[in-house]
Write a protein that binds this ligand. Structure first.
Ligand SMILES: [Zn+2]
Length: 345
């Protein structure tokens, strides 16, 4: 007996010295401009079409409420004393993604233009470490992602928009996805339907099993700008289903099972009321409010957080690194602090 007790004790001691983090893989999914109002209260009866029945939050986002909010944690229900907000003043996409991924708001990042990010994301920072070389991949519906990640400088694959995925050997499924990106009608010039980004990411995961996978979905924002509330709700429901499929796929793979942490958040919120729900930006103060969910082996199952200090978008990068046992702020002191409540003690 003594023979194994000793290594076990040493292993426990080593683990506790390193914060006992079990996370070795990160799945980070964002969905553009999905409001905290729908996430925490379901569909808004004032915005539904005539004769449409309201959907509660469990019906709208069943994976979020039956799994993430039971086994993990979710922040941002302002009606229950939990605020989550962006610290950038712009409240639109590029500044929000950049704040999330770099860990700070930069007033120079002030447009949605295709400008290579002057700042380094936490992914690029991790990718420089030997353990993460070739282990990171990002997928986005929106074609600005290669610029947000500064893919050329960062050195990991960033597949976005209508770009075919050619970084892995072709399969009949991937060939069809690439043809769909090229041949189906384009409702939005800068992004295809979320279906394309999601299934492209899924093919990549099966082929390459990266340690860190990022996926960004865009339909929640597009349908909201178009004022199509039913489509907006459908997109939110689909994002939740995609999250479940990714999570369950990863849990079915021995490489990922029990060692993967999921992070889920939007880039910004939207306004309140029958017109303003469509909009966001500097002139819509309510659009600074967001939400964030965490699920994984290191996150205590505290569920929907209520009456807790506010959390901010600039904390996500250092929290993501923290799950992997890495201290992002040692190199990037201006990044927001890790969210201690979701990390191992
Ligand atoms: Zn938008």
């Amino acid at each position: 007996m003594k023979r194994w007790i000793r290594p076990l004790l040493l292993a426990c001691l080593a683990a506790s010295l390193h914060g006992a983090s079990q996370t070795q893989h990160i799945l980070f999914v964002m969905t553009d401009g999905l409001r905290w109002q729908e996430v925490f209260a379901g569909s808004d009866p004032l915005l539904l079409e005539k004769g449409q029945t309201a959907a509660g939050r469990e019906a709208l986002m069943p994976f979020l409420w039956s799994v993430v909010a039971k086994q993990g944690q979710i922040f941002g229900n302002r009606n229950a004393g939990s605020d989550a907000y962006v610290t950038n003043r712009f409240h639109f996409s590029y500044p929000g993604y950049s704040e999330t991924l770099c860990g700070f708001a930069d007033p120079r990042v002030a447009s949605n233009d295709k400008i290579p990010n002057p700042n380094v994301t936490v992914f690029e920072w991790l990718h420089k470490k030997a353990a993460y070389q070739g282990q990171i991949a990002a997928f986005g519906a929106w074609d600005v992602f290669p610029f947000i990640f500064n893919a050329e400088r960062a050195g990991f694959p960033v597949n976005a928009g209508y770009e075919p995925l050619t970084a892995i050997p072709s399969t009949p499924r991937l060939d069809l996805l690439n043809r769909m990106k090229a041949e189906t009608p384009r409702v939005w010039e800068d992004e295809p339907f979320d279906f394309m980004a999601f299934h492209t990411a899924l093919e990549y995961v099966k082929a390459r099993k990266p340690k860190i996978l990022y996926l960004s979905l865009g339909e929640t924002d597009e349908w909201a700008h178009a004022g199509k509330y039913t489509e907006y709700l459908s997109a939110a429901h689909r994002a939740d289903a995609y999250l479940r499929e990714l999570w369950e796929t990863l849990q079915s793979m021995p490489e990922y099972r029990g060692s993967t942490t999921l992070i889920f958040s939007p880039d910004h919120g939207r306004g309140e009321g029958v017109t303003e729900w469509k909009n966001h930006g500097e002139k819509v103060p309510d659009s600074k409010y967001i939400w964030m969910g965490f699920l994984g082996p290191d996150t205590a199952a505290l569920g929907e957080r209520t009456h807790v200090p506010a959390v901010t978008q600039d904390q996500i990068a250092a929290t993501l690194a923290g799950f992997l046992g890495e201290d992002y702020r040692a190199d990037v002191p201006r990044a927001g602090k890790p969210i201690a409540d979701v990390l191992p003690h």
